[in-house]
Design a protein around this ligand. Structure first.
Ligand code: FES
Length: 163
C-alpha cells in the first residue's frame, strides 16, 4: 500500500535531482529526505535506487544499517535520549527506563496518538550537564524523571473546545 499521502514525492524528486551528481550521493540524499519529510518513505526507495543506478535492496541495506534513518512517520515531537557514556554516568539509564515506561514505548516507537517518538542518540555535545535529551531541535539538560514528565506534559497537544 502506498504511503504517499504523508509525504511529498515532488520534494523528494527535487532533492534527488539536486544531489545525485555528487560523489557518494546516497547518504546526503537520505539525510535530506529525512530532514524534509521526517522519515524515508518506503515508496521513495525505488525512486532513489533508479536515480543512483542501484537496487532497492541496496538502498534498504544502507537505510537499515544507520539507526539514524526512520522508515515510518515520526510523532509530532521526536525525543532523542542520550545513551553515551557521560550521560550514563549521570543517570541516563534510569531516565531511559522511566521514559520508556512513561511513553509505553521502546526506542524507535511512536505513541498511538502520534505525539512522541523515542530515539536513542550518542552524545548531544552537552556531556557535563547530563542526562540530556533533545526534543525536536531543543536540548534539555539535567533531566530527572520528574522533569521528563513535565516536558511531556508541556509538549502534549491538547485540543481546546471553544463554546
Ligand atoms: S554524553 Fe550525553 S551529551 Fe555527551
Amino acid at each position: 500500500m502506498s504511503d504517499v499521502s504523508s509525504w511529498d514525492p515532488q520534494a523528494v524528486k527535487d532533492i534527488i535531482d539536486s544531489l545525485r551528481g555528487m560523489p557518494g550521493a546516497l547518504l546526503p540524499i537520505l539525510h535530506a529526505i529525512q530532514d524534509s519529510q521526517g522519515y524515508i518513505p518506503k515508496d521513495s526507495v525505488p525512486i532513489i535506487a533508479s536515480a543512483l543506478n542501484q537496487t532497492s535492496a541496496e538502498i534498504h541495506g544502507v537505510i537499515s544499517f544507520y539507526h539514524h534513518f526512520r522508515t515510518s512517520k515520526p510523532g509530532n515531537h521526536v525525543i532523542q535520549l542520550c545513551r553515551a557514556e557521560a550521560c550514563q554516568a549521570r543517570g541516563a539509564r534510569e531516565l531511559e527506563k522511566h521514559a520508556k515506561s512513561s511513553l509505553n514505548l521502546d526506542y524507535h516507537g511512536t505513541t498511538t496518538d502520534q505525539e512522541f517518538t523515542l530515539e536513542p542518540v550518542y552524545c548531544l555535545g552537552n556531556c557535563s550537564n547530563g542526562p540530556n535529551i533533545q526534543i525536536n531541535d531543543e536540548i534539555f539538560a539535567r533531566v530527572s524523571n520528574t522533569k521528563f514528565d513535565q516536558l511531556l506534559e508541556q509538549k502534549t497537544t491538547y485540543i481546546v473546545e471553544l463554546s
